[in-house]
Design a protein around this ligand. Structure first.
Ligand SMILES: Nc1ncnc2c1ncn2[C@@H]1O[C@H](COP(=O)(O)OP(=O)(O)OP(=O)(O)O)[C@@H](O)[C@H]1O
Length: 259
């Protein structure tokens, strides 16, 4: 039993959040809670307002109106306290190209004023043997794991992952799911966006669907699916007991491909 089952304490409360870019309303008054210790997914089509919402909660973007409380702190008055308690994935461009992974961890730890050993952080994301490698020389899956390691340096209460598995092969995706689950099981709340519904279904404890700047549904994946089935919905095609991804994994093996 993981942490989520025991406590349903809100760690993020978003109330009536609005974001306008000039005349364009990207987020139109959304409200939701993220519970402590869960993996919470923001799902929805391109342009729905997911990244905008995340970046506002991460204190990286100003809101137009509404209120946000993160771990008991109001974004309006205590953004610095919030920054200390969250981990945000940096864009790849933020990594100095000539430093190796160990040196990058030392650099980021220094920025946070926290004394973390590179070995400790790299071990968490199974990159111990890449300590001397440069970020640009990593595979896609390794890059994602490294960037997740950097979100954990300040012992955050919550981490935010924006499409962390986009572009990864099936093994790398599944390995990343395991890593994200481990992070949750150690008590860190995870907020994630993804366009992969299979991923959201197996990974997220709860999901919110965002469309056109509104939240149009929020529940556990199981409840959503059960409700749809109860309403009489049936898939047109006979569902097979395996899919092409299972074939891929079966043929190529389950081991980590990228070292
Ligand atoms: N800085 C900006 N200025 C003007 N419009 C913006 C800006 N940033 C985002 N938008 C617009 O706001 C809307 C929401 O964008 P956002 O990136 O939040 O969507 P998203 O749900 O994350 O989409 P995706 O799945 O494609 O990442 C889009 O129509 C986008 O074009």
């Amino acid at each position: 039993m993981h942490f989520y089952v025991m406590a349903k304490q809100p760690i993020i409360t978003v109330n009536n959040l609005v974001k306008n870019y000039g005349d364009f309303a990207a987020v139109k008054g959304i409200s939701f809670e993220v519970y402590e210790g869960e993996i919470f997914g923001l799902l929805g089509p391109n342009g729905a307002g997911k990244t905008t919402t995340l970046e506002i909660i991460e204190t990286l973007r100003d809101k137009t109106s509404g209120s946000i409380i993160v771990d008991g702190f109001d974004i309006e008055t205590d953004a610095n306290q919030i920054k200390k308690r969250i981990g945000v994935q940096l864009q790849a461009a933020g990594y100095y190209p000539n430093l190796n992974l160990s040196e990058l961890i030392v650099l980021f730890s220094g920025l946070y004023g926290i004394d973390k050993t590179p070995a400790e952080m790299l071990e968490k994301v199974a990159l111990t043997d890449k300590a001397k490698a440069k970020y640009k020389d990593l595979s896609g899956g390794q890059k994602q794991r490294f960037s997740i390691a950097t979100t954990l340096i300040n012992n955050p209460r919550i981490i935010f992952l924006d499409e962390p598995t986009t572009g990864l092969d099936p093994q790398a995706r599944r390995n990343l799911w395991d890593l994200i689950r481990e992070i949750r099981d150690q008590g860190t709340t995870v907020v994630i966006t993804t366009h992969y519904m299979d991923e959201a279904e197996v990974l997220c404890d709860r999901v919110a669907f965002v469309d056109g700047g509104h939240i149009i549904g929020i529940d556990t994946p199981d409840h959503f699916i059960d409700q749809l089935v109860a309403s009489g919905f049936e898939r047109k095609k006979q569902v097979k007991l395996a899919n092409l991804e299972d074939v891929f994994i079966n043929l190529t093996g389950k081991e980590w491909r990228e070292g």
